[in-house]
Write a protein that binds this ligand. Sequence first.
Ligand code: ADP
Length: 763
Amino acid sequence: MVDQAAHGTSVDVVVADDATPPGRSVQHLVGVTVGLGVTAVALAFALSDGGTGAFKITWLSGVALATALVALTTTAELVAVRVRHGDDAVEELTLLDGVVLLNTLVLPIRGALLVSLAGLLLAYILRRRPVLKMLFNLGVYATASSATAALVTALTPASAAFDAHLMAALVVGSTAFVVINLAHMSLLLAIISDVRPWQVVREDGGLSVLTIMGTTGLTGTVLVLSVSAPALLPCAVLPAVALRYAYRATAERYEQRRRSGRVLDYSHVLASGPTGPDAVAALLRLVHEEFAASVAVAVFSDGTAVRLGADGSTLAPIPPHSVERHLLEIAQLGLLRPAELPSAWQSGMAAPIVAEGRRMGTIAIGTENGPKFRVADLTTLSPLVSALAVALQNSENVMQLVEETSKLRAVVDQAGDGIVVLGRNSMIQVWSPAMERITGVAGAQVIGARFTDVLNDMSVSNDAADTDAGREAQQTPRPTPVAPQITVDVRLRRPDGEKRSTQFSHAALFQDGTLVRDVVIVRDLTAEWRVQRMKSDFIATVSHELRTPLTPLMGYASLLRERGDLIPADKRQRALDVIMERASHLARLVEDLLAASSIDEDEAPMRTLTSADTDLAALVSRAVEDFASASTRIRIEAIPDVVVTCDPTRALQVAGNLISNALKYSDADTTVLVAIDRIGPYGRLVVTDHGHGIPTDDIERIFDKFHRVEDPMIMSTGGTGLGLFIARHLARAMKGDLTAESTLGVGSQFFFTLPIASQQPEP
Ligand code: ADP
């Protein structure tokens, strides 16, 4: 790549500081430039008459004068001030054009050109400039010097007076020099970095005018002193030094601007929110390029370390025991001392990465053969590393925040109890998944809504039975500044109609009497509440069921004991029958209770079941026989030859339970239909009644232990709520099933299926 080039007065054109071969177009431009230079010098030589310069310096002999001017030219070039424009452009501000002007005024054209070019060549050799760059610069200066010499010679008055003519000649000569330089530089920039020539002219024009003025003034002064008062010549050093300082100030300004640009570039990178490693990689690339470093490394306290190699693009981890890891011990921004330099580094600088007083690591860059770093370079490195430290701290904070948030999220998401977080005005901010499960209301529907409204909606119902719940919810106590932590029981109705008993535990935070936050933990107590109810139902049911047969039992027993002999035989027999019947009812009850508890424990019926092929029609007749007193109400629709495999005694128990319920839960003037059919591989017994029916909510729960649709406190029919529970278990133990369908006020149907006996062919 071509490094780049110059502007304005006394501007050097610089080409290719690095090893990369320049492009073809650059080589062409250099060729053309050299050609132009040679032509210009040849023309100047041909056209000049070989006389003397306009002004005579009498106090120096010809050779001494020429030597002094060559030395002056070389010095002017050597004390150039380098100004970096952007990434590629390096401009050199020199006092060279002033010296060329002086050479032209005190020497003949040929001599002036030879001295100028010799001085330049010497400077380039001393500075070990690459050949291509040297050729280009010599070409430019040969053209510029020839034109300047020709113009100045033509315009300088023959009288060699220090007058306005002379000033005009100096201005024109200096301008020609600058313009030719500028033209070459614009062309070169256009080729190497797509910058339009006019843009270069516009940017550098102002500086060029100022340098023309400075050069003209300085050259005029030196000329006057050289000719008329050589003893005062040392005084000319002062304006020369002043001019050089002005150049340095300009260079400094450009440098500042460029550094700010770098920091700005990096802050743009950071603004895109890179991860920690990305921010580090971006910084290493930036400093690597900025300082033309051979290597850039980042070493961190957590043991990680990366290195950006010479190509400036491949980032590689640094092995654990590498010397570069010792850079972590460098605690202060600075140039690396020889002892601190990792092997192969010729020079280096390091900056600790410190954020909020915490040492995170070190950024270091090094050169292996390029120019050494200067203290001034630290001022560029420092803000960049500080920006990185802030970015790393931020990204750590963000990561911590994300981790904390995800922990909290997990707590909220996985908690079995519902969690609701309310903000000001009781606005719902969080509605946990468990809350969705309990209430059947999705979080998306309620976030941002007022908790009270949502609660009221959930409690409002169309049927009268629920108005109580609605009122209850509306009047649910709320936390107050005096009692911010309260627990309230709330009954809710889900959108699907299911009721839930819940407990709300509020933990509210108030500020100046206003609610700021309330965290509500919602426990679903429905199951516990059901168990409670079941227990009390059970006690009520069982005591009722036990007491009912006991009364006649005790009555008849005491009658027989006290007056048994006096009672006629037939009445005594009836009394004994009742005692037997009630006692066996009690025995059945106890048996049911035992069966129910053993089903719970280990599915005992399955183990005690027998298995036999049984004709369903015969089974039905036997079951109906047990209801002789209600035989007129029972109608049988049985198809023959449906033979099933079952335990006949248990199947009879199930059928008997279904017929008994059908009779019990329907009016005495209605019929009960007992039908048999066949469904696929099953024989089916269907018991249909036209009774009270069963509410939809209860249709499955009647198969639960102790569940009765009737309130046990006001029940008009006897029963324990165990019959269907046991029946379904028996049906399933026999590889069949028991299900129910019902319409309130119309009647119910129970379906008892059993597997068809294996020998029986499909009809
Ligand atoms: P029990 O009849 O002893 O109460 P079951 O387990 O046999 O116990 O029945 C449970 C409940 O199911 C009954 O209490 C009754 O409310 C309801 N039930 C059962 N069969 C019918 C039916 N045919 N019609 C209406 N309700 C019924």
